[in-house]
Design a protein around this ligand. Structure first.
Ligand SMILES: [Zn+2]
Ligand SMILES: [Zn+2]
Length: 131
C-alpha cells in the first residue's frame, strides 16, 4: 500500500506531496549535515524523484563531498529550512529532511551514516545499524 506523504518548510513557501512509500530512512552525521541543520545530524528519507510534487521555489547550492560526488542541498530562501538533498550519483532519487513531514511519525530511520563524525553531545540511537 502506498502512503501519501506531505510536508513543508517552516514558513510553508515550499510544500510537497508524494504518493510513494519511503525507500529508506537514515541519520547522517557528516559534518556537512551538521552545519546544514545546525544540529548533530540530518534525519532524512529517500523517495523516487519522479514521485514527488513540489510547490514553491527550492534554492540549491552545490558541493562536492569527500568522494568527489556533487550534491545539491535544497532549502527555502525565505525561512532557511533545509528541505531536500540530491546526489549526482543517484539522480533518480531525492532525499527529504524528516522534520519537514506533516506527520513526522512516518519517519523510521533504519541506519546511520558517517557515525564516526558524530558529536559527543549528540545522543545517537545505539540500535541503528551503522553503514
Ligand atoms: Zn520556508
Ligand atoms: Zn550528511
Amino acid at each position: 500500500m502506498k502512503t501519501s506523504l506531505t510536508g513543508r518548510c517552516a514558513c510553508a513557501a515550499i510544500q510537497y506531496e508524494a504518493d510513494s512509500d519511503i525507500e529508506f530512512a537514515f541519520q547522517c552525521h557528516c559534518r556537512k549535515c551538521q552545519r546544514l541543520t545546525g544540529g548533530g545530524h540530518a534525519s532524512a528519507f529517500a523517495l523516487p524523484v519522479s514521485e514527488v510534487k513540489f510547490t514553491g521555489k527550492i534554492t540549491e547550492y552545490e558541493q562536492d563531498n569527500e568522494a568527489g560526488v556533487t550534491t545539491h542541498s535544497g532549502f527555502c530562501s525565505t525561512c532557511g529550512s533545509p528541505v531536500t538533498s540530491r546526489s549526482e550519483r543517484f539522480p533518480e532519487r531525492i532525499y527529504i529532511h524528516a522534520a519537514t513531514l506533516d506527520d513526522p511519525a512516518l519517519f523510521h530511520p533504519s541506519f546511520s551514516v558517517f557515525a564516526p563524525e558524530s558529536q559527543p553531545w549528540d545522543n545517537e540511537n545505539p540500535d541503528l545499524k551503522k553503514v
